[in-house]
Design a protein around this ligand. Structure first.
Ligand code: GNR
Ligand code: NI
Length: 167
């Protein structure tokens, strides 16, 4: 197992369109184990492969209190359900910033599991928002894209400054 480095906004690699996984093999299962370890260590409630600079369609989530209900979805396909509701969102690639984002209240996810079998599950609440946030990463989309140009550019400038000071 390994803790992976998480890319930070405005790194252009976060804008990469992720590619479907062709075969669910041991290298994919190892990546998922490393993604879960990285998510728990961060700590976060979700992680997309895009955030660790692997541009494959894989997401992991765990919104449980005890951090013992991991979900991994390979090649997820989402069907949005219900009205839109606002969630306060953060992102491990945009550390320290939290803003409300409108998301569908429910989501149906069709995906492959770590055995390569097709699964279909439905979620609501925070898990629904988190799955939608992770799926956006796979298409190079970030929660700041839903904010005003002004808010987004303020966040970008603050992060760029932090990154300059760190370098
Ligand atoms: O840790 C995270 N918290 C969060 C809160 C509300 C909605 C989505 C998220 S996902 C985020 C981890 C992350 O950046 N995943 O891509
Ligand atoms: Ni994120």
């Amino acid at each position: 197992m390994a803790i992976l480095d998480i890319l930070e906004y405005p790194d252009p690699r976060l804008r990469t369109q992720a590619q479907p996984v062709n075969v669910v093999d041991d290298s994919i299962r190892r990546l998922i184990a490393d993604m879960l370890e990285t998510m728990y260590e961060a700590p976060g409630i979700g992680l997309a492969a895009s955030q660790v600079d692997v541009h494959l369609r894989i997401i992991v989530v765990d919104v449980s209190e005890n951090r013992d209900e991991p979900h991994a979805f390979i090649n997820p396909e989402l069907t949005l359900i219900g009205e839109s509701v606002e969630f306060e969102e953060g992102c491990l690639s945009i550390p320290g910033f939290y803003e409300p984002v409108s998301r569908a209240e429910g989501v149906r996810v069709r995906a492959l599991d770590t055995a390569g079998d097709v699964i279909e599950q439905q979620f609501d609440g925070l898990l629904s928002a988190c799955v939608q946030h992770e799926n956006d990463h796979l298409d190079g989309k970030l929660f700041v894209d839903y904010l005003s140009v002004l808010k987004r550019s303020r966040i970008r400038k603050k992060l760029e400054k932090q990154q300059r000071l760190r370098a």
